[in-house]
Design a protein around this ligand. Structure first.
Ligand code: TPP
Ligand code: MG
Length: 398
């Protein structure tokens, strides 16, 4: 089989003059797997199934890198996701230590890939790599709590001594929804005081430092910056609960939202609401999918120089529809397939779109930059748009 394109991407002007993956390996040893991972992260399709099987055939040479390759492709290439994860699992029994280590390390970043099976494997193979197994449990506790059953909590409680810091981070991440865990965590403090303090401070900071930015952190920060009499116009779907929780709504008539969930009115309604309330700042919280129903409203806002800040919680998807599918237990959702619900390939450049219509715009990806960018845009006299890269995770609605 020829892997001309893959090899040319792997060489990147500095690799060896070789024509096959075997030759690459003969020349560079394990480096071949690192290069395949680099390519897989950028262009997963270039690492085709035959190349994956070639790597799997040499798993003994660098198991961690081969597991990482499977996970990278699963993350980046939705069409092959299910197959790559199945392949990963088929290799787990023979290589439990690197399999757990790789999953424990990477599933923090790729947490939407988590499901009950990862946790069951972490539990079953725990002794082969406690660090990795705890990593899987901790990622689920932080991001995908629906997969953590009471039995799993008990199973990991028994392994507390292996990784006390992860224990505190995990249980404290679960505690807001399961307050009964707090008493248990407090009881464990004296057994591991240093790890308890460290894990607790990490759990407290983690929401504000999480990348991608969490919806709670976004709306909490926004709420701390808007004028008390700001008017909110909302069409933000999965971010709405956070808008309602944090925004001030200090005066009557300060919230406009859809009653039925119909999209497309919010971009323009922000203009009407602002014109109807001269002197008041309008903050329009509009999901990335919803923006696209009527982005031309931005031109009108620019034309009339209206004090409207559009804040776009951008998860590159129709997350609420994915949640709905999951809640309905639909067959494709169980397999991780959500047709037409990812706004990727290409991703939409909302800041570029807004600028093209005359609106000041910024994109924020780092939680530490959120406050200053929002403050600067809110302070401007005219319209602005802040495109905020938020977490793409989603949960069942019911
Ligand atoms: C006119 C119209 N078309 C389609 C829908 C179906 N719909 C409901 S929510 C939604 C996705 C919203 O996506 P986004 O604004 O990005 O918010 P997210 O769910 O990602 O938080 C869609 C397409 C609708 N409600 N109204
Ligand atoms: Mg969205």
């Amino acid at each position: 089989m020829s892997h001309e394109l893959l090899i040319s991407r792997m060489r990147l002007h500095r690799g060896p003059e070789v024509r096959s993956l075997d030759e690459f390996f003969a020349h560079s040893g394990e480096e071949v797997f690192n290069r395949m991972n680099d390519v897989a992260r950028q262009s997963p399709q270039v690492v085709d199934d035959a190349a994956v099987e070639w790597a799997v055939g040499r798993i003994g040479d660098s198991p961690g890198s081969v597991f990482a390759l499977l996970l990278n492709i699963a993350w980046k290439d939705e069409e092959r996701r299910e197959r790559m994860i199945a392949r990963y699992r088929s290799l787990m029994e023979a290589h439990p230590k690197p399999a757990l280590a790789c999953a424990g390390y990477n599933l923090h970043e790729f947490h939407p890939l988590l499901d009950a099976q990862w946790l069951a494997d972490a539990d079953r193979l725990f002794d082969h790599d406690p660090d990795g197994a705890w990593g899987i449990f901790e990622s689920a506790a932080m991001y995908e709590q629906e997969f953590i059953t009471p039995a799993l909590i008990e199973a990991f409680e028994r392994r507390r001594a292996a990784m006390p810091r992860d224990y505190f981070v995990s249980l404290l991440s679960l505690a807001p929804r399961r307050p009964e865990l707090l008493a248990r965590v407090l009881k464990a403090f004296p057994d591991h005081p240093a790890e308890a303090v460290d894990g607790t401070s990490f759990a407290a900071r983690s929401e504000a430092e999480r990348v991608p930015i969490g919806q709670a952190h976004l709306m909490h920060t926004l709420a701390s910056l808007v004028p008390a009499d700001a008017i909110v116009v909302d069409e933000s779907a999965t971010s709405l609960p956070f808008v309602l929780r944090y925004m001030p709504f200090a005066t009557p008539g300060s919230f406009f939202g859809g009653k039925t969930g119909t999209l497309g009115w919010g971009m323009g309604a922000a203009i009407g609401v602002q014109l109807g309330s001269p002197g008041r700042k309008v903050v329009a919280t509009i999901g990335d999918g919803s923006v696209m129903y009527a982005p031309q409203a931005l031109w009108t806002a620019a034309h009339y120089r209206l004090p409207i800040t559009y804040v776009v919680p951008n998860n590159s998807s129709y997350a609420i529809l994915k949640s709905g599918m999951l809640s309905l237990d639909l067959a494709s959702a169980k397999r991780g397939i959500y047709p037409g619900m990812d706004l990727v390939s290409p991703e939409i450049d909302y800041a570029g779109l807004a600028r093209s219509l005359g609106v000041r715009a910024e994109r924020v990806e780092k939680p530490g930059e959120l406050r200053d960018v929002l403050a600067a845009c809110l302070a401007g006299p005219g319209p602005s748009l802040v495109d905020v890269a938020i977490d793409r995770g989603f949960k069942p609605m019911l």
